[in-house]
Design a protein around this ligand. Structure first.
Ligand SMILES: [Mg+2]
Length: 400
């Protein structure tokens, strides 16, 4: 049976939330990012009037200030964004329980079973969009289609505050002329590889010989061919399945390749900090850490290690660093890193691998971390910095 899938994307999410909290920011060029002083920090989100100055996400603050010297820069408030994200998703769940989050500001909704109740996919998209605007104070763009990949693409086609329908009848005319990298999972490198084969548009991918794509890109190539032809059959997961946290990860693609030991250490500590903080927020400990490392050619390795249950930054970071040092050739450039905590258990459950010394050390670190969380909660993130947390603004939740 044909499916009706929505992809809802909050527009300039961090900036929109800041503007909803403080409406005076709405009409001046404003961006969320690190401080003005740290010009190497990056822009995480910008509002519409900053967009008019040509400011783009992920550029450095220094470069943004050149384009717009009066730009107001607001530091990020991640806990508030989490809270807004939850409120927005609660609205989505009024229309279906098949709500699958894709990062903090995007979700897929399968509304096939809700059409009789609420109207067509397009009508439901408009209802949800207006509710989010009225009740939360931010805008979303929605793609409506018969599979996840096209729904996602639809939400990118027109924004902010818009609905785009890609139906079985119109998708060829609406997307086949678009560049390959607008399709989900076509990164810079894949796009370059496709270009070398003379494949420049999504339509070109659809009409390309599937065997050629498989030969050149392996499984990924076959997948892209199916996607471009509208044959993505991946189901939208239910939010009920997603509630059970199986692992917690944080990863980032760096604006430049990391090569020095110092850079690697800083990055691993920064990612581990996010992971440890989330573990503590969920009252969980992990007894497996996993590190994913990718170079600029998309060669990726993932290595993991069992450890004494912990949610302390120091323990997680040290283990990941040792994984890195034993598994990666020193000096070989690193494009992306992800730290993941798995084999999770409740904080209160007794730990089985109790080696007394390690436990004690671990407890000490956990206490320091808990104290830092408390201070952050009271005074906000900006007051407490660990030395060398220079990638903090560039973090993204893992999306693969
Ligand atoms: Mg967004």
């Amino acid at each position: 049976m044909a499916r009706t899938i929505l992809h809802c994307d909050c527009n300039g999410f961090y900036a929109s939330v800041e503007c909803a909290l403080n409406p005076s920011l709405k009409y001046i060029p404003m961006a969320v990012g690190g401080s003005r002083e740290n010009r190497h920090g990056i822009i995480l989100a910008k509002n519409e009037s900053a967009k008019k100055f040509g400011i783009v996400t992920a550029e450095t603050i220094g470069s943004a200030l050149k384009k717009c010297p009066n730009l107001t820069i607001v530091p990020p408030h991640h806990d508030i964004y989490e809270e807004y994200s939850e409120r927005v998703n609660a609205i989505y769940r009024d229309y279906t329980e098949q709500v699958e989050k894709f990062g903090i500001d995007e979700s897929w909704l399968d509304v096939t079973g809700s059409l009789k109740l609420f109207g067509s996919g397009e009508e439901i998209a408009h209802i949800i969009k207006e509710r989010v605007k009225k009740e939360i104070g931010i805008t979303i763009s929605v793609g409506v289609s018969f599979n996840k990949v096209f729904a996602k693409l639809g939400s990118d086609l027109k924004k902010p505050d818009a609905v785009t329908v890609l139906s079985e009848d119109n998708y060829r005319e609406k997307i086949y002329h678009l560049p390959c990298d607008m399709l989900l999972y076509v990164g810079r490198n894949t796009a370059m590889g496709l270009k070398a084969l003379g494949i420049n548009t999504i339509g070109d991918i659809a009409s390309a010989d599937e065997r050629l794509l498989s030969e050149r890109f392996g499984k990924h190539g076959k997948m892209l061919s199916l996607y471009a032809k509208g044959l993505d059959s991946d189901p939208v997961k239910s939010y009920l399945d997603e509630r059970e946290v199986k692992s917690i990860g944080s990863g980032t693609t760096f604006p430049h390749d990391l090569t020095t030991a110092e850079e690697i250490k800083t990055a691993i500590y920064s990612l581990s900090d996010t992971v440890a903080e989330k573990l503590r927020a969920h009252r969980l400990k992990c007894s497996t850490v996993q590190l994913t490392i990718r170079d600029k050619d998309f060669n990726t390795i993932t290595r993991q290690k069992g450890i004494t249950p912990t949610n302390a930054l120091h323990n997680i970071a040290t283990e990941c660093l040792s994984l890195f040092n034993t598994r990666w050739e020193a000096g070989k450039p690193v494009r992306m890193l992800t730290v993941t905590a798995a084999s999770l258990s409740d904080t209160d459950s007794p730990s089985q691998l109790s080696i007394f010394d390690e436990e004690e050390k671990s407890e000490k670190h956990e206490k320091v971390d808990a104290a830092m969380d408390a201070i952050k909660q009271k005074f906000g993130d900006s007051l407490v910095f660990r030395a060398g947390n220079m990638f903090a603004e560039n973090k993204k939740n893992t999306r693969e």
